[in-house]
Design a protein around this ligand. Structure first.
Ligand code: KE4
Length: 429
């Protein structure tokens, strides 16, 4: 690392004058970890370089999309090849049909899928379908669950909202939040109690089957099955927000990993290969409620955009061909075990939660099974850990309430470098 940060600092000063907080998404401000702002110039494989020429081993992975590492030549080539034929038509293309056929073949329970431009759009649309399908208004979400920034879902939200301590955003009218009920994750009794009281008015429960936005949390045995049983018994829909877990915790996502079927699935991140692509889908009877075949309206100028779909097709074809999941599991397990062993040697309370290639080190003994237990982490220590790792050339997500992501491009040398940096950093805490 050249160590300098002059250009990043200068860009941050300019950005502040023309962009709120100097960033186009709050978590990029690194506020909760107190570090210098960071401006990246390029990325390749498991590395990113900032505008001052400093190289970092990347565990942010663009918040999830970079499952195969940055700048995979096959994905870049697919984008370039699509671009020369025109970048957006506003009319359908063959590529979109092929992409939808691939998604419906891979993701369990997906008979129809609608493409959108972000995870936010996917989740807000799925909620609208559930409300349209049931004629009910209320939804249940998890405290610390993050499903993008649609009004009804910015209630006790995770990710940046939790990071910045504004889980209930200003500007969300009481009317929009009134129908959103909140329960802790991993607590079936709380869900049952809500259905006892409000059952016939609840359209759906939306849940990250493997939360990443309170930090990584694993479903307790029987939890997801319980949600499936309770919602079905009450005539409510179960929506799996797999924007982060989809294609991450298994090729078929959490539905495949845990063998639990949702009624609607929301996707994003990985399926765009780094370009803006989201999707939502489910069985035909539900999705045919969506305009123009049904009365639930949803639309988008750039939905199914040729470049995003080209990148997504290339990504999913690579995933099917390379099947990186065993390798991702091995690396992430070794990383989690390495961090745990170092903390134990140093007598430092550390609880590393991991599901597949998403993981989070919580700075307390744990266990961390929901937002309340995640919030018991020493976030000041996390911030110091983040800064120390960054100084040693390892970039972690800049928040205790986020997931770190391993890619198929991370090598054994990367693992050694990461654990050495962790050992030096944890020793300073
Ligand atoms: P987007 O609208 O940001 O594409 O997706 C929203 C979303 C929905 N559901 C889940 C489970 C998600 O994790 C997200 C977005 N995740 C955050 C980070 N955890 C995006 C990063 C950011 O906000 O800058």
């Amino acid at each position: 690392m050249s160590g300098g940060s002059e250009r990043s600092r200068a860009l941050a000063a300019r950005a502040q004058r023309v962009i709120p907080g100097g960033v186009n998404s709050p978590v990029r401000a690194f506020r909760s970890v107190g570090g210098e702002p960071l401006f990246l110039a390029r990325a390749a494989g498991s590395s990113v370089w900032d505008v001052d020429g400093n190289r970092y081993l990347d565990y942010l992975g663009s918040w999830g999309p970079m499952l195969l590492g940055h700048a995979r030549p096959e994905i870049l080539a697919a984008i370039q090849a699509a671009a020369v034929d025109g970048v957006s038509f506003g009319v359908s293309t063959e590529r979109e049909v092929r992409f939808a056929e691939l998604l419906t073949r891979i993701v369990p329970g997906l008979e129809r899928v609608r493409l959108v431009n972000s995870g936010t759009e996917a989740c807000m649309s799925a909620v609208r379908v559930a409300r349209g399908a049931t004629g009910r208004d209320r939804i249940i979400k998890i405290a610390g669950g993050y499903h993008g920034h649609a009004d009804a879902l910015l209630v006790r939200a995770g990710s940046g909202a939790e990071t910045l301590g504004i889980p209930d955003s200003a500007g969300v009218p009481a009317g929009a939040a009134r129908d959103t009920l909140v329960v802790p994750y991993n607590d079936l009794a709380a869900v049952e109690a809500l259905f006892e009281r409000h059952g016939p008015t609840i359209a759906a429960m939306i849940v990250e089957p493997v939360p990443g936005n309170m930090g990584t949390v694993a479903p307790l045995p029987g939890y997801l099955e319980g949600l499936r049983r309770i919602t079905a018994a009450q005539g409510a829909l179960l929506i799996f927000d797999e924007v982060m877990s989809g294609f991450r915790v298994a090729l078929g996502g959490a539905q495949q990993r845990y063998g639990v079927s949702a009624d609607l699935v929301c996707l994003g991140k990985v399926i765009g290969g780094g370009l803006p692509v989201g999707a939502y889908g489910g069985r035909a009877a539900l999705m045919d409620l969506v305009a123009p075949s049904g009365a639930v309206y949803q639309a988008g100028t750039l939905s199914g955009n040729p470049l995003g779909v080209a990148a997504g097709l290339a990504m999913l074809e690579l995933l099917e061909r390379e099947d990186p999941y065993a390798q991702l599991e091995r690396y992430a397990a070794a990383l989690a075990e390495g961090l745990t062993a170092i903390a134990r040697e140093l007598g430092l309370p550390l609880c590393v939660n991991r599901v597949g290639s998403m993981l989070t080190p919580f700075f307390w003994a744990g266990p961390v099974t929901d937002l309340a237990s995640a919030q018991r982490s020493d976030v000041a220590r996390f911030a110091a850990f983040h800064r120390g790792m960054r100084q040693r050339g390892v970039l972690l997500p800049p928040s205790q309430f986020e997931a770190a992501f391993v890619s198929a491009a991370h090598s054994d040398e990367d693992l050694q470098q990461t654990l050495e940096a962790a050992r030096e950093t944890l020793r300073t805490l």
